[in-house]
Structures are given as structure tokens and as C-alpha cells.
Write a protein that binds this ligand. Structure first.
Ligand SMILES: [Zn+2]
Length: 199
């Protein structure tokens, strides 16, 4: 299974990727984390990421090539651009995509209060997805950090919507995309996701 999970920031796609990773033993490839790691040695890239803009697609493709195993993985955070989607298809790196549909209003509500573990990249929320201990990662005990400010949230959402439509159209034409209503409880959505995987 070569999966990609697509959705706006705050759609919960990271959460579903984590659940799929656990249940189906898929390798979860968090493209954002890979880019953050690369940005430690690349000031220009760091600036791009901090502003909420997208990394150059050639760089993303190169990093994906290095990090994607042969099979059984889930991409979280790619494709973000149309060129990226085309390259994934060309290189046979994806056979199904799941789109988590969420409105702008919901995205903004959810993103305020989002926490992330700087060590493993897992995400939490002060209201919707609390860690077991206040601001501490359940998985590795690292202190969680607040994810992003409002200006960056708006920019990321704008950038996401711009590229969402052409990517979805392209994947629809290929018949590899399934849509899920992301504005319901996590358990209900995950059940739907599992059903779609078996289709
Ligand atoms: Zn952690």
C-alpha cells in the first residue's frame, strides 16, 4: 500500500496517518519533518517554511526519493504542489490518496492551540487532542511546543487551497482519490478511512 493523506493544515491528517501507521504497520513519512530537518542546514529553506510557504518541489521530490521505502507507507504532507503530485505518479510512489475535507472556519478554530513534539513530530491539541500529561508527549516525554501563529496559519491555508483543486482534479481523473468528511469525531472518520482502503 502506497498511501497519501491530503487535507488542509488542521484537518487531522497527521492523526489519521499515526493511526494507520499503528494499525497497518505502514511507515509514516511526515514530509514537514523531513523538510524541517533539511532546513537546519539551509537558511533559505528555513525562511520559506517559517513564512508558511511551500518548499521548492524539486527539493521535495529529491528528499522524498531518499526517504520513501519500496512499499507500505503513508505520506503525510505530500503532495502539496501539482508538480509534486505528477512526480509521485510518474515514479509510482502512490496508489491511493485520501482527502480529509474540512472548512476554512474549522481549520482556523482547530489550529489555535495546536501543540507538537519537537522530537517525534506527533501533534496534539490543548482542547481536542490532549496529551495524557499537560504539554508532554505521550510517546517520548518531550515538552510540547505551540505550533504556529495566526498570520502563518492564514498563509498556510491560502497556499493549501490554491494547490488543492488541481491536485484533486488530477487524482480524480486517475481514479485514485477518496474523500472523507473531516468534520466529525476522529473515531468515525477513521472508520471511514479504513473502509476506503478496502475499496
Ligand atoms: Zn514525541
Amino acid at each position: 500500500m502506497k498511501l497519501a493523506i491530503i487535507g488542509p493544515p488542521g484537518s487531522g491528517k497527521g492523526t489519521y496517518a499515526q493511526l494507520l501507521e499503528k494499525k497497518y504497520h505502514l511507515k509514516r513519512i511526515t514530509v514537514g519533518n523531513i523538510l524541517r530537518k533539511a532546513a537546519k542546514k539551509d537558511k533559505k529553506l528555513e525562511k520559506i517554511l517559517d513564512s508558511g510557504k511551500l518548499a521548492p518541489h524539486k527539493l521535495v521530490n529529491r528528499l522524498l526519493m531518499k526517504n520513501i521505502p519500496k512499499d507500505n507507507y503513508i505520506l503525510d504532507g505530500s503532495p502539496r504542489r501539482f508538480e509534486e503530485a505528477k512526480s509521485l505518479i510518474k515514479n509510482n510512489q502512490i496508489d491511493k490518496a485520501i482527502l480529509i475535507k474540512v472548512s476554512d472556519k474549522t481549520v482556523k478554530l482547530r489550529l489555535k492551540g495546536r501543540l507538537q513534539c519537537p522530537k517525534c513530530g506527533r501533534t496534539y491539541h490543548i482542547k481536542f487532542l490532549k496529551p495524557k500529561h499537560d504539554r508532554i508527549c505521550d510517546y517520548d516525554g518531550t515538552k510540547l511546543e505551540v505550533r504556529e501563529d495566526e498570520g502563518v496559519i492564514d498563509e498556510r491555508l491560502k497556499v493549501y487551497r490554491k494547490f488543492e483543486t488541481p491536485i484533486i482534479k488530477y487524482f480524480k481523473k486517475l481514479g485514485i482519490i477518496k474523500e472523507v468528511n473531516g468534520e466529525r469525531p476522529i473515531k468515525v472518520i477513521f472508520k471511514d478511512v479504513e473502509k476506503l482502503l478496502k475499496d
